[in-house]
Design a protein around this ligand. Structure first.
Ligand SMILES: *Cc1c(COP(=O)(O)O)cnc(C)c1O
Length: 470
């Protein structure tokens, strides 16, 4: 497809701007030697360019998007309507407080409701994503130990099924990581955890249900062991969707939580944001939170600001709308449907490909294509690419790392039975291809503008500037 610089023609433009009514001046030569080379095109050319691009993207509004761990649920339009209310859109955080009461009340309501869902006592909306929330939450834990003069605690316990952001966030805060293996059931190995607990442990980071989609039956024992050795417990709330309104991290023994509003609470994600990863904590950590700016005064022990003002306000308004729309009955009902959908799909798909840990799952499940690859040469990547030709987004691949040739599926509650059946039919068709014509899957997808991009080069050496020929 043509890039903007290759479309249009010199001198073409659209002119909405009124004539200049102030004296024109030249920019100092040292600031700019020659005018920038900008695309020149008409409005219709520009509109077609972006429409073409939009058609090449795939989102929840195009079709089934079972990207495990990402909770790609439908984003209700009413959330957009509320976030776009001119009274929310046109506001500035530096306006006099007397003129922003409505917005601050809305934030306070969101705080109350999310504290209720998580079992926490206080929340900050500053973090802009899940990983940013992890970083913020770990800073709270670090501050807690520091102010107690407990300087020996330099390690965070992270199970091997954790999301990659967990050990990365621990490292960002300056902690070492103690990796805990999973047991045969895919949950935390209790003996290994006991051995890891000690006076160097600052805390534990855990997501429950974990990234295998399994709820750890020992969760109360796990948080108790960590507390007994003097550590704090951090809940990676990116997997809250199947338990919201049913079980609360605060009741499982966690002290700090982050939520991914752009997963569980239906605000849009993919493509880089804006997101929102609020962090909640128990009362004894509240004084370390970033200042809420909502009239509570100076906080001498605060970890400081991790982002400007109130975080991504519009995203919080979308999540608030979502919570109020679902209500106290709708939230647990949504969690139940997420679990039902995942188990329904798992029962269908496991007729064609084996499940890594074959138990009743929560919101997601993981297939392993290790044997398929060994026997036929068809890898998890090939199957994922093949699914694209069936009109669906591929599942998460090669994660969690403890499952070889992994495909991780999370259908979410917003899919109908028909769309789950269609997805199962796609898996059946691919499994038949694996037998009849395995080589063809190495070339999939065949229906997209680009078949198999070189992902490493695209990530490591992206071409971000247009290379003019002259
Ligand atoms: C998505 C996810 C994260 C990170 O969230 P981001 O908003 O992408 O930074 C952390 N943990 C788990 C389990 C996740 O699924």
């Amino acid at each position: 497809m043509k890039l903007l610089f290759e479309s249009g023609s010199t001198g073409r433009k659209m002119s909405y701007l009124p004539a200049c009514d102030v004296p024109e001046t030249e920019l100092p030569k040292k600031l700019r030697k020659e005018p920038p080379r900008l695309p020149e095109m008409t409005e219709v050319e520009l509109s077609r360019h972006y429409t073409r691009l939009a058609k090449q993207a795939f989102g929840v509004n195009n079709g089934f998007y079972p990207l495990g761990s990402c909770t790609m649920k439908y984003n209700p339009r009413i959330n957009e309507a509320v976030a776009a209310d001119p009274n929310f859109l046109g506001i500035h955080p530096l306006q006099p407080a007397s003129s922003t009461k409505g917005c601050r009340d809305a934030l306070a309501l969101a705080q109350t409701l999310l504290c209720e869902v998580t079992g926490m006592d206080a929340i900050t909306f500053q973090p802009a994503a899940g990983a940013h929330g992890e970083y913020t939450g770990l800073l709270l834990i670090k501050k807690y130990h520091e102010l107690r003069g407990d300087s020996k605690r330099s390690k965070i316990i992270v199970p091997d099924s954790a999301h990659g952001t967990n050990p990365a966030s621990a490292a960002m805060v300056g902690y070492g990581v103690i990796n805990i293996p999973s047991n045969a059931q895919g949950c935390v190995d209790m003996e290994a955890l006991k051995a890891a607990c000690g006076d160097e442990v600052a805390g534990l980071m855990l997501t429950n249900p974990n990234t295998l989609g399994l709820f750890d039956p020992n969760i109360l024992e796990i948080t108790k062991l960590v507390h007994e050795c003097g550590g704090l417990c951090y809940y990676d709330g990116a997997n809250l969707n199947p338990i919201m309104g049913k079980v609360r991290p605060g009741d499982m023994g966690f002290d700090v939580v982050h939520l991914n509003l752009h997963k569980t609470f239906s605000t849009p994600h993919g493509g880089g944001g804006p997101g929102s990863g609020p962090v909640g904590c128990k009362a004894f950590l509240k004084e370390y939170l970033p200042s809420s700016l909502m009239g509570e005064g100076r906080k001498p022990h605060s970890i400081g600001q991790v982002r400007s003002y109130y975080g991504n306000f519009g995203i919080v308004m979308r999540a608030l709308t979502y919570i109020l729309t679902l209500g106290s009955d709708g939230i647990p009902a949504s969690a139940e449907t997420a679990v039902l959908n995942a188990n329904y799909l798992m029962q269908q798909v496991k007729q064609y490909f084996p499940v890594a840990y074959d138990h009743t799952c929560m919101h997601e499940f993981v297939l392993t294509l290790e044997k398929t690859k060994h026997d036929t040469g068809v890898s998890a990547l090939d199957v994922a690419k093949g699914l694209i030709d069936h009109g669906m987004h591929p599942p998460t691949m090669y994660f969690p790392l403890i499952v070889h040739e992994a495909l991780m599926l999370e259908p979410t509650e917003t899919e109908s039975r028909e769309s789950l059946d269609e997805a199962a039919a796609a898996f059946r068709a691919i499994s038949e291809k694996v037998v009849s014509d395995p080589a063809s899957l190495h070339n999939a997808p065949l229906t997209t503008p680009i078949s198999r991009p070189d992902e490493v080069t695209a990530a490591r050496s992206p071409i971000l500037r247009y290379q003019f020929e002259n």
